[in-house]
Design a protein around this ligand. Structure first.
Ligand code: ADP
Ligand code: MG
Length: 366
């Protein structure tokens, strides 16, 4: 029996397919080389002890009474995972979890999903339990939806699970499938954080979901996956609802075009799709901010940048840039000053790469 394990789950970048997950659509994402590491140990008592080196906090709850914490709300992510897996029949007993992370929180890189997935991998390994990868992602999503109370779609958890080195993940949220497509070796991913955190717990995310549902209902379909941009353009719809719907169908269409571009090595074309995606976020979905727009505008002026867009839910957070790897240094050097001049704010930038998904790092038996 394993007495202690260490698991790692990465954050993710969404490359195309913004807000498509809850519309049963398509997305292209990549796991990145930053994430959450969880060390898990068995305890003899029926409790969960969680501590995080990131915030220096601790929480302790009884396994028999797993309820949401008000004060230590950060601990609801791992506690929710344990509760959800136990309710799904996985016999996870008392354990101690220690989290550490090199992933920025609230930057749109999905530290919450990385926290959940790392917890799930560690807890299942510790108790010798097995699950299919997509089911693992879905139970983590359920924990965030129902226990933490954030209505996130499956993109974050699935990307953290299915990542592969130098490959991007094509996710189909209707079929609930994932497959990977190689990324050209000549390109790199640059993350540029606006320095202004996003607030997904705020109302906008849920409002957008409701608007997408309203669009599907007005069009008489189950989800926006069932319609094309052309059909929306010719339907009679409230202008705001039409704009929201056009973003989603446009994103699904850009994912299909993006896969074709990747498969034929047309990275310029892929980059253009990213710029178009951002423009649609800005105009149709209104989930961009002036800071995100400033970064994407700057990206458009720098040589060697193929594409850029906001990544994740929006309303703050980070942009993802697709760049020619041999120009990384010059591009990085230019961005800080350009952003400071344009906004007066300071951005953070780092080169990342498409990386492996969640995994066991170490197991110790006694
Ligand atoms: P994102 O997922 O984009 O980073 P969210 O708001 O969805 O942003 O999730 C961030 C929350 O997840 C944090 O506020 C915190 O509660 C929790 N969290 C993530 N990583 C850690 C960590 N290493 N330690 C403690 N809490 C964490
Ligand atoms: Mg999150």
């Amino acid at each position: 029996m394993k007495e202690s394990v260490v698991a790692f789950a990465p954050g993710r970048v969404e490359l195309l397919g913004n807000h498509t997950d809850y519309n049963e659509g398509l997305a292209l994402a990549a796991a990145i080389d930053l994430g959450v590491t969880i060390r898990a140990e068995k305890l003899d008592t029926d409790v969960i002890e969680v501590s995080s080196m990131t915030n220096g906090r601790q929480a302790r709850v009884s396994l028999k009474k797993l309820q949401k914490l008000e004060q230590e709300s950060w601990a609801n992510y791992p506690i929710g995972v344990i509760k959800t897996f136990r309710e799904a029949g996985f016999e996870i007993g008392g354990l101690r979890l220690l989290a550490s992370s090199n992933l920025p929180i609230g930057s749109g890189l999905s530290s919450s999903a990385a926290f959940e997935v790392a917890t799930a991998v560690a807890a299942l390994e510790l108790f010798g339990l097995h699950i299919e990868p997509m089911a693992l992602a879905q139970l983590c999503q359920k924990a965030e939806n129902e226990f933490v109370g954030v209505r996130c779609g499956l993109l974050d958890q699935a990307s953290s699970v299915f990542g592969r080195e130098d490959e991007v993940i094509l996710l189909d949220f209707r079929a609930t499938t994932a497959r990977t497509v190689p990324l050209s070796p000549g390109v790199a991913l640059l993350l540029v954080d606006t320095g202004v955190p996003h607030q997904l717990v705020g109302g906008e995310y849920n409002e957008r979901r409701t608007q997408c549902q309203a669009a599907a209902a007005a069009l008489g379909v189950k989800a926006l996956r069932d319609v094309t941009s052309e059909e929306i353009s010719s339907a009679s719809l409230d202008p705001l609802i039409r704009a929201r719907a056009l973003h989603i169908t446009g994103e699904d269409e850009r994912v299909v075009a993006g896969v074709a571009a990747l498969e034929s090595g047309q990275m310029q074309k892929f980059g253009q799709l990213m710029f178009q995606s951002h423009e649609s976020s800005r105009r149709n979905f209104e989930n961009s901010t002036s800071f995100l727009d400033a970064l994407v505008e700057i990206a458009g002026t720098i040589q060697g940048v193929l594409g850029a867009r906001l990544t994740g839910g929006g309303f703050g957070g980070s942009t993802i840039w697709l760049i020619e790897s041999d120009k990384s240094r010059e591009i990085l050097n230019g961005v800080f000053e350009a952003y400071r001049q344009k906004t007066g704010a300071t951005c953070k930038a780092l080169i990342t790469k498409a990386s492996r998904g969640a995994r066991l790092v170490k197991a110790t038996s006694t």
